[in-house]
Design a protein around this ligand. Sequence first.
Ligand code: SAM
Length: 323
Amino acid sequence: MLTDDFGREVTGVRISLTDRCNFDCVYCHNEGLGDTRGPMDPQENEMSADDVVRFLEVVEEFGVGKVKFTGGEPMLREDLEEIIRRTPDSMEVSLTTNGTFLPGRAEALKEAGLARVNVSQDALDPKEFAEITKSGAYDRVLEGVQAALDAGLDPVKLNMVVFKQTAGYVPEMVDHVAENEGLQLQLIEYMPELTGHDEWAIDIGRVHDWLADQADHIERRNMHGRKRYYIGKGMVEIVDPVGNKSFCANCHRVRVTHEGYLKGCLNRNDDLRPMGDMTKDEIRAAFREVVANRVPYYGEYLIEEDGEWVVNEKYLPEKTVGV
Ligand code: SAM
């Protein structure tokens, strides 16, 4: 297993299979790459199934035991089932999707080896949902969640980004998972770092306090020191990375962009390394290099000065002289 200079073992990879998406969520960071709009047809720049599998076979050698497929919308990839089927058996496979393509495909994904699925659902009302996602596919998402449950992919984790526009819907989403079998809720603090709109951010501490009041019991996990709030039939977790040094200190993931660039941190794009047509040996070397270059985003790449987060000088590009 590879360990970075900050003592963090790399146990998982998160692979974006495409940056195409049939939604246009107002808050979307597109896995750190910015704008999600673009053509819906398969693109030449996307990693092929062979590229993805070759990379997974290499990281398996380094003891990486988990892979999460994401996007864009990963289910726009017609070969997703093939990719999952060809993923090394030792790896646990999970998927983050907007859910619209799960009806009719959830069973095949499960059969191919998918263990878990997260479905993004930011509201419980078609109109509010459409405002956030710029899509009218609300019913299709609910059908997608049901299809995943029917295929035995329970518990299904619902991802909800909490920001100004959705904060008011948190109580009804919590009730929803508390009252229905097989659902969990992941409340994700809105991250303005890559999308702008700082004014959309909310005080996530208040959500923690409110949940603690509602919970039947609370469990603290080792990972990120994250709490699990058990309410009724459901479980709710909060993902709160913004300005959170301990979140970064517990990050055990390397990312891969849809174009096959290794990426050490969601919030950084100055450490990308293209894998292109690399051989397995070259991928081994590139992966080692990316892990060796990993730094915690908050507390190392960004440091606090006068109450502000600023880029640590060490990571600023060298100034060019005489240009
Ligand atoms: N299309 C898939 C989906 O809808 O889940 C996968 C891609 S989406 C970029 C992956 C996750 O990132 C989603 O759960 C989404 O809610 C979250 N996300 C996107 N932008 C975010 C932001 N600015 N802050 C916090 N979470 C964000």
